[in-house]
Design a protein around this ligand. Structure first.
Ligand SMILES: NC(=O)c1ccc[n+]([C@@H]2O[C@H](COP(=O)([O-])OP(=O)(O)OC[C@H]3O[C@@H](n4cnc5c(N)ncnc54)[C@H](O)[C@@H]3O)[C@@H](O)[C@H]2O)c1
Length: 380
């Protein structure tokens, strides 16, 4: 099996998820290459102890990402940093010739995203994808196959989104994800929006225009000293897009919700497609349950399929076992490695968002901000 040597920049929540995925690569039964972390970078050394304890193969520890990029052993990087750093670090990584898995939103705003896309155009030998793992849940993969086989019929309506509720607590301390300077103007849409776009974009559905409403619900939060400071980012967003299926030329409404204050929801990525032949519903709130309604005349009955561990990239796990978030992250990394190696993912819906798909999300999110400010429908 080939090894691809990785540098990890940003050793927080997602950096550690990646490291853990590399440590259980043996879970994948037919991977042709594996990632190995040989260098890590974090601004503060706090997270290094965990890496030292669990990854004796890491040879470089640094607080300066430029030192990591100068390491000739490093062939690829995973950058899991706050959004205000995406532009500089992604562009420098691409210029250094490192393959790049960049976290969403792939630039804090449209100009930052355009700079990253330009760097990729100038360095065509660099392979790059945007991280987003939820589409790898077996139910979402099944929905992808139905779309590929044109089994849905005419699409009537699509609803996708990501719902959290931890921010319902006004005492939750502020962090970079609640500050415009670090998280960006998009707020919750920059944090969660790419996940809600992945499947519609991979299906080829194109938003023509958008009307959006953003809400700020909790205006201040405690800082580390317990003082209440402004919490400037948008908490919730709802987008309604007139959307086109370029294959049929049909248009349909697509509603996209990203909410940090959705009472009762913990971490729900959901998808609903209502269509003339087969309608489908799925939410990670109930991760085994795929609902389907097939109609060919007669009664209209929603049925339920219990999905197991039927993954795009086969694993040693029993087919009836439950699938979870860390499994989705392992699948996402399997997809990155396979696409880098083979030039394409195993199936159309079994790939990470491309830079072009990330760019489309930025055009949509930027138009959504304009729509909210102007109370107008904005064309894309
Ligand atoms: N795919 C997902 O499900 C998912 C989930 C959460 C976050 N994310 C994305 O991952 C990225 C990182 O988020 P996170 O939750 O891991 O954040 P985090 O705050 O947990 O980790 C960020 C790390 O970067 C380090 N850092 C900050 N500035 C740095 C610098 N200049 N140089 C080196 N290190 C620096 C911090 O010390 C911290 O350890 C963001 O783009 C976020 O949107 C994705």
């Amino acid at each position: 099996m080939k090894t691809l040597r990785f540098g990890l920049i940003g050793c927080g929540l997602m950096g550690r998820e990646f490291a853990s995925a590399t440590a259980r690569w043996c879970h994948l039964v037919d991977a042709e290459s594996r990632p190995e972390i040989v260098a890590v970078c974090n601004r503060s050394p706090g997270p290094f102890a965990w890496f030292r304890q669990n990854f004796p193969g890491i040879r470089q520890y640094t607080s300066d990402y430029r030192e990591l990029l100068a390491n000739s052993e490093v062939a690829a990087v995973y950058v899991a940093l706050p959004h205000h750093l995406h532009r500089e670090v992604y562009v420098d990584a691409i210029r250094a010739g490192k393959h790049l898995m960049g976290e969403k939103p792939f630039g804090i705003d449209l100009p930052a995203n355009q700079a990253v896309l330009k760097a990729l155009q100038d360095h065509s030998g660099v392979f790059s994808r945007c991280a987003s793992q939820w589409i790898f849940f077996p139910a979402a993969q099944k929905i992808g196959r139905l779309i590929e086989r044109s089994e849905l019929g005419r699409i009537l309506e699509v609803n996708t989104g990501f719902l959290h509720s931890s921010d319902l607590d006004p005492q939750k301390p502020i962090n970079w994800k609640r500050q415009v300077e670090f998280n960006g103007e998009y707020g919750c849409l920059g944090d969660l929006g790419m996940h809600a776009c992945v499947l519609p974009f991979r299906a080829g559905w194109k938003p023509r225009n958008v009307r959006a409403l953003f809400s700020k619900i909790i205006p201040t939060r405690p800082d580390a000293a317990g003082q209440r400071v402004p919490c400037q980012t948008w908490d919730n967003a709802i987008l309604l897009c007139e959307t086109e299926d370029p294959v049929t030329g049909d248009t349909f409404p697509w509603t996209l919700k990203t909410q940090r204050i959705a009472p009762g929801q913990k971490n729900s990525w959901y998808l609903e497609i209502l269509a003339t032949k087969t309608s489908v519903r799925f939410s990670t709130r109930d991760p085994k349950r795929l609902e389907l309604l097939s109609y060919s005349g007669g009664d209209q009955i929603w049925g339920e399929v219990q999905t197991g561990h039927e993954t795009a990239y086969p694993t040693i796990t029993g087919a009836n076992f439950e699938f979870g978030s860390s499994d989705a992250i392992l699948q996402m990394w399997a997809a990155f490695m396979e696409e880098l190696q083979q030039g394409r993912p195993r199936a159309r819906f079994a790939g990470c968002p491309t830079p072009d798909e990330a760019a489309l999300s930025h055009r949509l999110f930027t138009a959504a901000l304009v729509s909210h400010r102007s109370s107008q429908v904005i064309a894309l």
